[in-house]
Design a protein around this ligand. Structure first.
Ligand code: CAA
Length: 263
């Protein structure tokens, strides 16, 4: 891989988009490598994934403008589909994905962060959908996911004006969950990932599926989705161990929720 790094340590994977000369902009090769890397993650072993960008300046500065500049209508549509397919893969990955946004998150950069389950960022992060200034619409999910995350009115304002927002405003509108000094961001992401990894992995992945699938349907169907995924948990060793620990009333064991057993 030329543009993607993957490090796995203690059940946490860190995926770094590594094209710092272009501020980690996403060209076709980066998207292909990202796709292949996601396919290669063993989600029975890895319990949480962190996505970040190489360097201190940029998370991802968007889709590659040079590559897009000469696309035809059909090629533009295909490029949009390529990005959408990869980002959908991130969104549907069975394990939680945390975006550690360490700088520019513009266009496709904001969009990839929005396909992650949780976003945290550094104080120097800058978010935005600048596409209309380039004569295009957001094309890797921005018109859909931004409204779902921050509400339609705010999403429309940001997209129509192409106004970039700093970390404090991203926090205020709910685009990110927390802001850290740059040097603390990765530790914070790893701490959050480790905390997720301590919990029952099948329960965690069922929570992700219940929330993601439930948000796409009406509340009655959504609750049926929850009931099925809740029921599934009762076939796991994690449920027996987790509840057994509680019922034994042994304080030490009650706190000791690991090790949980994978499927
Ligand atoms: N595509 C291709 N190259 C990019 C890029 C991008 N999105 N963003 C930055 N780069 C390249 C620059 O061309 C430059 O390369 P060279 O050194 O070879 O000239 C290098 O990265 C460094 O960039 P700058 O010199 O511009 O750095 P800066 O600190 O002065 O500015 C910036 C940083 C404000 C992020 C500026 O680079 C910028 O505005 N980038 C474009 C941001 C953008 O518009 N993103 C949205 C793209 S459209 C999109 O993403 C569509 C979609 O939804 C799918």
């Amino acid at each position: 891989m030329e543009f993607i790094k993957l490090d796995v340590e203690e059940k946490i994977a860190v995926l770094t988009i590594n094209r710092p000369k272009a501020l980690n902009a996403l060209n076709s090769q980066v998207l292909d490598e990202l796709n292949e890397t996601l396919d290669g993650i063993d989600t029975n072993e890895v319990r949480a994934l962190i996505i970040t960008g190489e360097g201190e300046k940029s998370f991802v500065a968007g889709a590659d403008i040079g590559e897009m500049s000469s696309l035809t209508k059909a090629e533009g549509e295909a490029f949009g589909k390529k990005g959408n397919d990869v980002f959908r893969k991130i969104e549907a990955l069975p394990i939680p994905v945390i975006a550690a946004v360490n700088g520019f998150a513009l266009g496709g950069g904001c969009e990839i962060s929005m396909s992650c389950d949780i976003r945290i960022c550094s104080e120097n992060a800058l978010f935005g959908q600048p596409e209309v200034g380039l004569g295009i619409t957001p094309g890797f999910g921005g018109t859909q996911r931004l409204a779902r995350l921050v509400g339609m009115g705010m999403a429309k304002e940001l997209i129509y004006t192409a106004r970039n927002i700093k970390a404090d405003e991203a926090l205020r509108i709910g685009l990110v969950n927390a802001v850290y000094p740059a040097e603390e961001l990765m530790n914070a992401a790893k701490k959050m990932a480790s905390r997720i990894a301590m919990n029952a992995p099948i329960a965690v992945r069922n929570c992700k599926k219940a929330i993601n699938d439930g948000m796409q349907v009406n509340i009655d169907d959504a609750l049926v989705i929850e009931e099925k995924l809740f029921g599934d948990c009762f076939e796991t060793e994690d449920q027996k161990a987790g509840m057994g620990n509680f019922l034994e009333k042994d304080k030490e064991k009650k706190l000791k929720v690991v090790p949980f057993v994978n499927r």
